[in-house]
Ligand binder design. Structure first.
Ligand SMILES: Nc1nc2c(ncn2[C@@H]2O[C@H](COP(=O)(O)OP(=O)(O)O)[C@@H](O)[C@H]2O)c(=O)[nH]1
Ligand SMILES: [Mg+2]
Length: 369
């Protein structure tokens, strides 16, 4: 993936955001085939294998179905393609917290970092295993969803004990949310399902939707983070290149007789910097057409671009003070002030360029389609 994104460097370097747009258009097609790996984990017997079969509209005795059982049957991670999205791989993982495999060995065996998204399953109650999983996986910055299976059993049991209550689902849901909050975890979406009757409760369909949307998000994220990184590289390289011009410009300015001409040359150089970073008005106007950047956003960038760095004070002082006529000292002072001014302007422009490009790429219309 990253190798491919390198190609985008040339597009971005020569044409800025518009170049990236061109590149993205081709690349999104290829991205449709990138594998997204979704892991299903949780304690043994919670219904991980049954869930994967249910998503694939298979029952346990169908050919190609994941093995299901009242004893732990899944020893190694097995992958199954999603029925409508062949590139979405559902991984049926062994149960966590079995006597045979202690937790730390489980983590090592599974190598969760290879997965893009993880569903943690539980039944009846959230146990210490699930909380530990959620904590560990959250600290690994993995996207998570929490799924409570066997809802059919919960509802039946509640009916037997409290025939008058009709809020079982609501209570189970809030209990799950509270348990997760108490464990000091950030918000993790909770879904309550029955693996035997997918349509008996609305959450199964919601969960399927959620998985697919996360899958798209993930693909865009993969691409966007590659692009952000390479855009940053390109901008840093441009900054480095422009920096090499600064000493000769400063010499030139110091040798000019009139203040007005010096000022013109400085402004000209600043404009060169801006257009090299595609931060001039004509470039920005074109970029905006391909992104969700509003006119206000563009105006904000222009306003920030217009702000002079604090070094302008020393520069004006050097250019206008009575010392400018003093042979060596006058020129030295101008050169020094000029160098500070141009260097800090360049650093500022590079920063704005990185930020603007990042926002623009993330808001690229083509990604929202
Ligand atoms: N009633 C009910 N039973 C389920 C549900 N999901 C799984 N099961 C049963 O729970 C047992 C364990 O399921 P399995 O999928 O093998 O769990 P795993 O160990 O997490 O993969 C099996 O007997 C399944 O038939 C569910 O939503 N409701
Ligand atoms: Mg299993």
């Amino acid at each position: 993936m990253f190798q491919k994104a390198i190609k985008a460097k040339d597009f971005f370097s020569s044409k800025g955001v518009v170049g990236l747009h061109q590149y993205l258009k081709d690349e999104l097609e290829t991205l449709k085939n990138v594998d997204i790996n979704l892991a299903v984990t949780g304690s043994s017997g919670t219904g991980k294998s049954s869930f994967i079969n249910a998503v694939r509209n298979l029952s346990a005795d169908n050919e190609g179905a994941a093995e299901v059982g009242v004893v732990e049957t899944t020893m190694e991670p097995n992958s199954f393609a999603h029925p409508y999205r062949q590139n979405l791989k559902l991984w049926d993982l062994p149960g966590v917290g079995t006597v045979r495999v202690p937790k730390d060995r489980y983590l090592k065996n599974i190598s969760f970092e290879k997965y893009d998204f993880v569903i943690i399953m539980s039944k009846c109650r959230i146990t210490e295993n699930e909380v530990w999983l959620a904590r560990t996986l959250n600290s690994m910055k993995l996207r998570l969803a929490f799924v409570r299976t066997h809802i059919d059993d919960d509802v039946a049991n509640e009916r037997r004990q409290f025939p008058k209550r009709d809020d079982v689902i609501t209570r189970i849901r809030s209990n799950c949310e509270v348990e997760l909050q108490t464990a000091n975890l950030p918000f993790i979406p909770v879904f309550l399902i029955d693996n035997f009757e997918k349509n008996a409760y609305p959450d199964f369909a919601r969960l399927e939707q959620y998985m697919l949307s996360q899958c798209n998000l993930q693909k865009n994220e993969i691409l966007l983070s590659c692009i952000s990184d390479l855009a940053r590289d390109v901008i840093e390289a441009k900054k480095k290149h422009m920096k090499t011009r600064i000493p000769s410009i400063c010499d030139e300015i110091a040798n000019i007789g009139s203040y007005a001409e010096q000022n013109n040359l400085l402004r000209h150089e600043l404009n060169e910097f801006k257009s090299y970073f595609h931060l001039d008005l004509p470039s920005l106007k074109i970029d905006v057409m391909y992104t969700n950047f509003s006119d206000d956003d563009m105006q904000n960038v222009l306003n920030i671009l217009d702000e002079e760095p604090p070094e302008i004070i020393q520069l004006v002082d050097a250019l206008t003070s009575s010392t400018r006529g003093i042979p060596i000292y006058g020129k030295y002072k101008i050169k020094k002030a000029c160098r500070h001014f141009l260097t800090s302007s360049l650093n500022k422009l590079a920063k704005i360029s990185i930020k603007t490009t990042d926002t623009m790429v993330r808001g690229m219309k083509i990604l929202q389609e």
